[in-house]
Design a protein around this ligand. Structure first.
Ligand code: PHE
Length: 329
């Protein structure tokens, strides 16, 4: 075979080689020291004339260099494309989660509660956290000196030129605020932050959140309360729930009740205070208690969140510890 034919053949094979191993095979086939095709050409030189030795020998050496060079380039090219393949974006691979912020568990529960009550046609109302004693107590049928004031350990706020300022101990003052400026019939909820001057433990915090409910009209009864409460809890916990109603006492309702719930296989849990709005409260906001009646309830948002997510300690919500909050993504 002539050197020229070898060149054509070898170049073709290099072109066709698509892996490093294939290139190596081409190298051995043509440039191999023992049985490579070029060696064979060189070996055959010994029987040739001086003239032939020179021309063919030179051509063979040139081809050797050319093939070395071509192979090297080809191998480089293969390496490059393998590298590229490795870096190519694979849409079938699972994605990496991008670290991002998310809502605090209490915020999530708050939103859910608002959504459920909105779907039941309740209006969402808010009131001030820094409150007047009259709204927090007096207008709720808890005058100064009433022993029931002890039910709410109060953070009083002292400011020159004022008195009777406090951090609201419950969301109930918004009942009186709302009724003073609106006429029945209506149905509202009041989500909001409350404060109590208390030692903290797993179920008590110095601040926490409540949701107040108030529905007033000409013929609202405890049956309406029962329906609203049970509808709410079933939507909130998305499961069958047992309910228990126990008589209780709050100065601003009569009768007063306490509501307990039991989730699948669980214990009875006290979840809210409630009752029919006391006539003294209606009188205080200039409603005619012979013409309207209504129910009110108050529940702890933190407590709902603790039950829903199985959180053992209310203080975790306020710890600012991301190891806790990141569980609620
Ligand atoms: N405000 C009461 C509390 O904080 C709860 C309550 C609200 C009870 C409305 C009855 C009616 O304990």
């Amino acid at each position: 075979m002539s050197v020229e034919q070898l060149r054509i053949e070898a170049i073709k094979e290099i072109k066709e080689a698509s892996t490093q191993e294939a290139c190596e095979k081409v190298r051995i086939k043509y440039l191999g020291r023992k049985e490579g095709k070029l060696i064979e050409v060189l070996k055959s030189l010994k029987d040739m004339s001086v003239e032939e030795k020179r021309t063919i020998g030179t051509a063979a050496n040139e081809l050797h260099q050319l093939l070395e060079h071509e192979l090297e380039e080809k191998i480089e090219k293969i390496k490059r494309s393998e590298e590229e393949k490795k870096n190519r974006f694979d849409v079938t691979k699972p994605g990496k989660r991008i670290a991002s912020g998310h809502l605090h568990p209490l915020t999530k529960v708050d939103k859910e509660v608002r959504t459920i009550f909105s779907s039941l046609n309740f209006t969402i109302v808010e009131g001030p956290e820094l409150e007047k004693e009259t709204y927090n107590f007096d207008k709720l049928n808890i005058p100064a000196g009433h022993s029931a004031r002890d039910m709410w350990d109060t953070l009083w706020v002292k400011k020159e030129g004022t008195n009777g300022l406090l951090m609201r101990t419950h969301t109930s003052p918004v009942q009186a605020r709302y009724m003073e400026s609106h006429n029945p019939p209506f149905q509202i909820i009041v989500p909001g932050r409350c404060f109590r001057y208390e030692a903290t433990d797993a179920s008590h915090e110095i601040n926490f959140y409540q949701i107040e409910g108030l529905m007033v009209g000409p013929d609202i009864t405890l049956a309406n309360l029962k329906f609203i409460i049970e509808t709410f809890f079933k939507k909130f916990f998305k499961q069958k729930i047992e309910f228990r109603y126990r008589p209780s006492y709050f100065p601003f309702v009569e009768p007063g009740i306490e509501v307990d719930i039991r989730l699948k296989g669980g214990k009875w849990l006290e979840v809210m205070g409630a009752g029919m709005v006391h006539r003294n409260v209606f009188d205080g906001v200039k409603y005619n208690h012979t013409q309207v009646q209504g129910f009110a309830f108050g529940m702890g948002l933190d407590r709902l969140a603790m039950i829903k997510y199985g959180v053992p300690d209310i203080r975790l919500f306020y710890s600012g510890d991301v190891r806790f909050t990141k569980n609620f993504r």
